[in-house]
Design a binder for this molecule. Structure first.
Ligand code: PLP
Length: 419
């Protein structure tokens, strides 16, 4: 369910015509729907009403400050993976006791900042990280709540690039090692073993891998209890998939039901790290057709949005639904929709049935709210696109288009090159 709909053959976000936003902001650009994002969070959060829980929005999906502020207003927390995400989450007002920190390569500086901020828990992903945390907690004389991110060796049956819970993946700690690390933590004055965590992958479309994960975490919690270690939190990560094309992911109620059944009565607070399911279909990316180029084999719609703006098609061969902003009937011919970047891998869609479009026509790329802007870059010295948040009849620029000045910000010229 989202609020990007056609009204009299023209695409709107909530009550604002896309064309009106384009007129003011230009293309390419990201547009987010406040109503959709709010609804997605509320439906997700409410689905877990029967058990104590904190829904920690996974900032990596889209860390625009306006979206983080919405999460905060709705009572959500944040799942962070860097010092930058910690900074942004705190800046948006998200209380530190609702922030969890995952990631395989947290630096000393990042760990110090998290300890200083008194976050809910740090999810340790290696023995080396534990050793550093021991040292830091002692020197800072702070009791640090920690969990171990275990690798449950479960196949989520998703794209290999977004699978994280297999033995060969770099994430988490295998159970035998985790057990040893928990014993080490228990001996430390300044480390508090409060939780256990896991995240097996993203865009997961079946319930079974989640159920398997929760069961294996539960059994680990029990084994630790047997050793006199009582945890209070179980963090099952994110990963619930969404519909990009014709996928049928479980809805949040179905997802919550099976997890609630597993955890009810255990006295544990459930930590969730949803990203894509909240923001994916809350955003679109809008681009303009620059040229229609026909070669004997193909027709290309060359648009002004590219892989630097939305890398998912190039990176994962991901499918995004693409429609013209002016609704036209029929699917015309098969076209490749490509950007201006000097890479053959720069495409938004391949062999896609599209209506006949002309120079200047606008297209909307759906499902672009998650891992869209957050994975964008300046490749080919392209300025990053602006982001706009629509709320009812109004729209707000929540990030300006970058300037050419932004492209050289931070660069400096050695004296021998000065002219
Ligand atoms: N938590 C962790 C540790 C992650 O690595 C990710 C994404 O890869 C997420 C949460 C969010 O996943 P998703 O956007 O699929 O919900």
């Amino acid at each position: 369910m989202n609020y990007f709909e056609y009204q009299k053959s023209e695409l709107y976000c909530e009550d604002v015509p896309i064309k009106e936003i384009v007129k003011a902001v230009g293309t390419p650009l990201y547009i987010y729907s406040h109503r959709t994002f709010t609804r997605h969070f509320q439906v997700f959060d409410n689905a877990f009403r029967e058990i104590p829980h904190v829904a920690c929005y996974s900032c990596k999906a889209n860390a625009n400050g306006a979206l983080l502020r919405i999460i905060n207003k709705l009572g959500g927390g944040a799942d962070i993976v860097s010092g930058g995400e910690l900074y942004k989450a705190l800046r948006a007002g998200i209380p530190s006791n609702k922030i969890v920190f995952s990631g395989v390569g947290k630096s000393e500086e990042e760990l110090r900042a998290a300890i200083k901020a008194d976050i809910l828990m740090i999810n340790i992903e290696s023995g080396g990280e534990l050793a550093l945390l021991k040292k830091l907690s002692k020197s800072m004389k702070k009791k640090v709540p920690v969990s171990i991110r275990v690798n449950p060796e479960i196949d989520p049956k998703t794209h290999p690039y977004i699978t994280t819970g297999l033995k060969k993946n770099k994430f988490g700690v295998l159970w035998a090692d985790a057990q040893r690390l928990y014993r080490e933590i228990a001996k430390e004055k300044y480390l508090l073993p409060v939780g256990i965590s896991s995240h097996i992958g993203s865009q997961i479309l079946e319930l079974a891998p989640f159920i398997e994960t929760v069961r294996s975490l539960k059994s680990m919690v029990r084994q630790l209890e047997g050793e006199g270690m009582t945890l209070s939190m179980i963090d099952i990560g994110g990963g619930l998939g969404i519909t990009y094309k014709d996928e049928l992911p479980p809805n949040p109620e179905e997802y919550a039901k099976v997890i609630t059944e597993e955890l009810k009565g255990m006295g544990l607070t459930l930590i969730l790290e949803p990203g894509r399911v909240l923001v994916g279909n809350s955003g679109i990316f809008v681009a303009k057709v620059l040229y229609v180029k026909k070669v004997p084999e193909k027709t290309f719609y060359i648009v002004d949005g590219a892989m630097n703006d939305l890398v998912r098609p190039s990176l994962y061969n991901a499918y995004h639904d693409i429609k013209p902003v002016d609704e036209s009937l029929g699917t015309g011919t098969k076209v490749d929709i490509v950007g201006p970047i000097c890479e053959s891998g720069d495409f938004l869609a391949k062999d896609r049935g599209m209506p006949e479009l002309n120079q200047g026509d606008l297209i909307a790329i759906f499902g672009a709210g998650a891992y869209g802007y957050s994975m964008s870059s300046n490749y080919n010295a392209r300025r990053r696109a602006p982001e706009v948040l629509v709320k009812d009849k109004e729209f707000f620029i929540v990030r300006k288009r970058e300037t050419f000045g932004d492209l050289v910000k931070g660069e400096s010229t050695p004296s021998f090159l000065e002219v």
